[in-house]
Design a protein around this ligand. Structure first.
Ligand SMILES: [Mg+2]
Length: 421
């Protein structure tokens, strides 16, 4: 029998401002809380009991646990002051009493690891610890292990200046219960720094050749969004293709803080554009940032009125939108390239939500918008094509991003580009 321990209390300082609102273990990946993927993997491995430590915004994790189904008993261990990974073990010495081994998981990784295979490897060698290893693209920034011919770890160095291998500590360990209790008595702080070096020559490494990434930085976190489209079981790479279309400046004329239905004016050629895209087989889905709601300038009801007017104008052309998604959040930062709220563009949240609800294949979908934030939302959602309608304000000088898009003069040209692709 095995239990799991999820180390999930990290502050996520490198993911601020996003983690000002969401605790790190619950930041969404492809629209689902990161912790959800670990819970799914733990259940798949046949484990029925897990302990999870909390600290920052712990009530969010409590709410998450409350809505879990009963296949996994997830027990919260609240740390008013962060104890460190070995400290959490020291504070829970009895957790391993009635099991053969504990699997310890740093929950700030996103991975397609098969935990059952890892446990199987551990049970077939005599050493008390197995460390999961992955091929690090940046070994100097990781804990690096060196293995002998029997996969025994013969050296281990945190952030080595001259890495001997690229086998990096993946932050997942299987530890026999007796050794777990021994570690608990050490009263150490960090597993990687204080404890594991004592087990050199007494633990095995198991190399995972699949996907594994630490989502602790904005760069890796946002890249994981794109990767998740291919990796997860949520079927984001099958279904129908869609066009995610921005509203203001793209489908309707831009009005500063549009607040009344009579201000809605379909852009020239807008009706024909939507009609043509739908005829070509695309679902046309509006994705719009609506901070005026968050600011109290308009209400949700006002927005429905505004969108009813838009629908009435499209109906004159014998067409319609297939979906409407909006995010009421108020921006925390001015820079339109910073994701400060998962759903607010440049965050990809609205696109993932629409894709899930409307069975959209993101990898055959396009985004059309007039701002860099639109383009980035489409990029993080792994859309096939990104089209920027050229205006004088859209890019705000952000031309050095590692993202490729097409720039066109108007919506009509965008549609031509898509249907002739
Ligand atoms: Mg716009």
């Amino acid at each position: 029998m095995t239990k799991a321990m999820l180390l999930a209390a990290g502050l996520g300082t490198r993911l601020r401002p996003l983690t000002n609102q969401v605790t790190k273990c619950l930041v969404p990946i492809a629209g689902r809380p990161l912790l959800d993927y670990w819970v799914e993997k733990i259940i798949e491995a046949g484990i029925t009991e897990a302990l999870l430590n909390t600290h920052h915004l712990a009530s969010q994790v409590r709410d998450y646990i409350a809505q879990l189904d009963k296949n996994l008993q997830l027990i919260e261990f609240y740390e008013p002051k962060l104890l460190g990974s070995a400290g959490t073990i020291a504070a829970n010495p009895d957790f391993a009493n009635d099991v053969d081994e504990i699997i310890i998981i740093y929950a700030d990784n996103f991975s397609d690891i098969n935990l059952a295979k890892l446990l199987n490897f551990h049970r077939h060698h005599p050493d008390p610890i197995t460390m999961l290893l992955f091929h690090a693209p940046n070994p100097k920034a990781c804990g690096i292990a060196e293995l002998d011919a029997q996969n025994r770890i013969i050296s281990f160095a945190e952030k080595p200046k001259q890495p001997k291998t690229n086998f990096a500590n993946a932050g997942i360990y299987v530890i026999d219960s007796k050794t777990y209790r021994e570690i608990a008595t050490m009263q150490a702080f960090d597993l990687g720094f204080d404890v594991l070096p004592k087990f050199i020559g007494k633990m095995k490494g198991w190399v995972w050749d699949g996907y594994h990434t630490d989502i602790g930085t904005y760069k890796t976190y946002l890249q994981a969004q794109r990767d998740a489209v291919e990796l997860t079981s949520d079927k984001f790479n099958q279904g129908r293709p869609a066009i995610f279309i921005d509203r203001d400046g793209t489908l309707i004329e831009s009005v500063h803080y549009l607040s009344k239905p009579e201000q809605v004016q379909l852009i020239a050629g807008g009706g024909e554009a939507i009609k043509k895209l739908r005829k070509a087989g695309f679902a046309c889905i509006l994705v719009t940032n609506q901070s005026p709601i968050g600011q109290g300038i308009i209400t949700e009801e006002d927005l429905i009125e505004i969108h009813n007017t838009l629908s009435a104008q499209l109906a004159k052309y014998g067409t319609q939108l297939d979906g409407f998604y909006h995010c009421p959040a108020v921006p925390q930062v001015k820079d339109r390239t910073i994701v400060d709220n998962y759903d607010r563009k440049p965050g990809p949240g609205m696109l993932f939500k629409a894709a899930k609800e409307m069975q959209v294949d993101l990898t055959s979908s396009w985004l059309i918008g007039d701002m860099i934030s639109d383009i980035l939302a489409g990029y993080y959602a792994n859309c096939k094509g990104l089209i920027l309608i050229e205006t004088d304000r859209g890019l705000e000088g952000k031309t050095t991003l590692p993202v490729k898009w097409n720039t066109v003069p108007d919506l009509k040209t965008a549609v031509e580009l898509i249907v002739n692709y």
